[in-house]
Design a protein around this ligand. Structure first.
Ligand code: NAP
Length: 467
């Protein structure tokens, strides 16, 4: 895959970049290792000052960076600005909280005595150079949610970003440098996915984190396993959005639309499968389809656009194949199901797809099992709570989940039984720096954000004194 900015709204290649060669990659690795030796001994106060400076710069530069994001991967400008805002907040959150999250821990006196010690403490140390392999769908956020905790813990980062967002990738490396971090503390590598294995195997790299597809996760995890290196994997999702009879169906319908089409549906935590109790099924389906059909699809740079293009021609073709397979096998299309007509001539080569609602899904359809990475919703009718839980869990993924209900019994059951890293009631899944984020099953392992995320790349060291 070439390293290039191809504007998804127009299909035009705006900039191309030469991948770095082995020599340049070697220089980056050497700089990272040297930077770690100094940076690991810095105080939380010093690290926080850099992060706050990075946050302030990003805040000042939000409009320009949002335009770059929109030009590279197609999300509406307002969403790109919001993404930058979330990064600013997260950098500040870790600057404020890292010292407390990584404070030394003291085991209970009884346990200390039982071990024969006079004193024991657990001390959190950074692990070293961490390779971050990141996707294009939230090109700032995915990186910052790794970088902010990793840098506050005293690690240094090497970013291999998705090949279609090189300008955002370069911006990030530059941002941390301008924030006053040593040059080697956070560097962007411009390399293709084929060069990742060599970097990961390098002894100067201690660990890796990957956000992306199952295939990429498997590739990284195999190499890291072979090298006995720690990994965190944030992979795909096919989150259920369950609507039970006691729900506020009007509010559920409104939120369902946002939950499905945010980022043109290209979000790991987008609600993808709508599982609706038979008592409210017809009302939900009718209002949901009407609202999906009403969305404005078009130029992501224009105010008022709800849904921009998909990020690539390949992404749209994959989605079209899933829809065509489902329809061929008997799925019912309630809206969408094709490329939009009547777009401005300038956008005629863009990778747009209409918001689509399908029902009548059966297990032999690919769409039942695979992740729909675009604005396509599948709606399932269920007879009762047991069936709702069973359909919700009938997926190889387990990232997050959404449930609409006002019944305490339902709440207890879903909290106990849903196989996912999050259960969001009467709202949609969203990440927040203070809450752990991650999945189970094929959605990956490990956690990002909160105290859980910052400790993933720390060495919890037992410090034991005999006398
Ligand atoms: P992708 O193809 O896996 O790409 C993600 C990153 O991995 C890119 O930097 C890519 O580089 C690299 N990569 C791909 N194959 C690789 C390999 N064999 N070895 C090493 N690196 C490799 O994913 P995508 O299609 O761009 O992103 C969408 C996927 O990410 C979806 O499944 C989505 O659900 C998931 N995602 C998950 C989360 C989460 O938090 N769980 C968040 C966002 C997205 P190139 O670009 O150079 O190929």
């Amino acid at each position: 895959m070439p390293i290039a900015t191809v504007n998804p709204a127009t299909g035009e290649t705006e900039r191309t970049f030469e991948p770095q060669g082995a020599e340049e990659v070697e220089e980056c690795l050497a700089r990272a290792a040297a930077a770690f030796e100094r940076y690991r001994t810095t105080s939380f106060t010093e690290r926080a000052a850099h992060l706050r400076r990075a946050a302030a710069l990003l805040e000042e530069e939000t409009d320009a960076v949002a335009r770059t994001i929109t030009a590279e991967m197609g999300k509406p400008l307002a969403a790109a600005r919001a993404e930058a805002g979330k990064c600013v907040k997260t950098m500040r959150w870790y600057a404020d909280h890292a010292a407390e999250l990584l404070a030394d821990e003291y085991p209970a006196d009884d346990d200390v005595r039982d071990s024969g010690a006079s004193r024991v403490r657990v001390h959190y140390r950074p692990v070293g150079v961490v390779l971050a392999v990141m996707p294009w769908n939230f090109p700032l956020w995915q990186v910052v949610r790794f970088a902010a905790p990793a840098l506050m813990a005293g690690n240094v980062g090497l970013l291999k970003h998705a090949s279609n967002v090189p300008q955002t990738a370069l911006y990030l490396g530059d941002l941390f440098r301008r924030a006053g971090l040593d040059e080697g503390c956070f560097q962007t590598l411009l390399i293709g996915s084929g060069a990742v294995e060599g970097v990961l195997r390098d002894p100067r790299v201690a660990a890796a984190t990957l956000t992306g597809s199952e295939g990429a996760g498997r590739a990284i995890a195999s190499v890291a396993g072979d090298e006995i290196k720690k990994t965190v994997l944030e992979l795909g999702g096919s989150d259920p959005f369950v609507v039970m009879p006691s729900a506020d169906v009007e509010a559920a319908t409104r939120t369902a639309v946002t939950a499905r089409v945010q980022n043109a549906g290209q979000s790991c935590i987008a609600a993808k499968r709508f599982i609706v109790h038979t008592e409210v099924y017809d009302a939900f389906l009718e209002r949901f389809s009407a609202r999906m059909a009403d969305l404005t699809v078009g130029d992501p740079m224009a105010e008022g656009t709800d849904v921009g293009p998909l990020s690539s021609a390949r992404g749209r073709a994959d989605l079209e194949e899933l829809v065509e397979d489902a329809v061929r096998r008997g799925a019912v299309t309630h809206c969408g199901g094709q490329r939009p007509k009547g777009l401005d001539q300038r956008l005629s080569e863009g990778f747009f797809y209409e918001p689509t609602v399908l029902s009548g899904i059966t297990p032999e359809m690919r769409i039942h099992a695979e992740e729909t990475f675009g604005p396509v919703a599948t709606v399932y009718r269920v007879a009762d709570l047991d069936e709702a839980v069973s359909v919700a869990n009938d997926t190889s993924f387990g990232l997050s989940s959404n449930v609409w209900t006002r019944d305490d019994g339902d709440v207890q059951r879903f909290v106990r039984d849903l196989q996912a890293g999050g259960v969001f009631f009467n709202g949609m899944t969203a990440s927040h720096p203070a809450f752990p984020f991650g999945g189970v099953k094929r959605s990956g392992y490990g956690r990002e954000l909160a105290g859980h995320g910052i400790k993933e790349f720390c060495n919890a060291t037992t410090v034991w004194f005999g006398a």
